[in-house]
Design a protein around this ligand. Sequence first.
Ligand code: ATP
Length: 214
Amino acid sequence: MTRPLALFGGTFDPIHNAHLRVAWEAAEALDADVRLLPASVPPHRDQPRASAQQRAALVRAALAGQQRLVLDTRELQREGPSYTIDTLAEVRDEIGTERPLVLLVGADAFAGLTSWHRWRELFDVAHIGVLTRPGHEGGALPTELRTKIASRRCADAASLRESAAGRVLPIAVTPLEISASQVRALLAAGRDPRWLVPDALFANPDLLAPYREG
Ligand code: ATP
């Protein structure tokens, strides 16, 4: 089996150090390359503060200087809502039927999976890696989701190499209580979210400007 490819989608409004660190730890845990995919129009939530292009520019700046985490802008090029099932299907077409594909989601996002467009089909195209997140430990999952994943759960990353899709793996990552909402609130209050986001985001004053404007 080839190395898995992992996709980490999000609004990234803006990207912060927890996104980066948990993606990095997942890359190491799975021995995978990880693509970060900013959603153009996230279907599940309020519309982002910054435009899709601005959020992609933030991700690009944050990822400079390393190769393991890569920006993938495909959702920005598609019209309409960024449905994960469409993205996974597109990537699956590109990589073929054999290579393990892993969708990375935080525990909070995973708990809401049943509200995602065609959520049951996600398991047909990818594995799901559930990243631990402070404040979202061990909460009860909706019954439908629990039933769906009951026979899919696995405990080690090696199991994800045995098939191309369909398993669910919890991935314990360093608990970092950082959120994009917190970063936006600091910027809106005229404060600097220093060391909650990478230094590279301060290098160009335009990058964080959308969050500073009143
Ligand atoms: P907001 O505060 O605006 O809701 P966020 O910080 O949750 O934003 P998103 O872009 O919505 O960031 O998250 C993208 C993905 O990253 C989601 O799967 C989310 O669960 C995960 N994630 C975000 N922050 C963390 C964190 N601190 N630890 C683990 N996973 C995280």
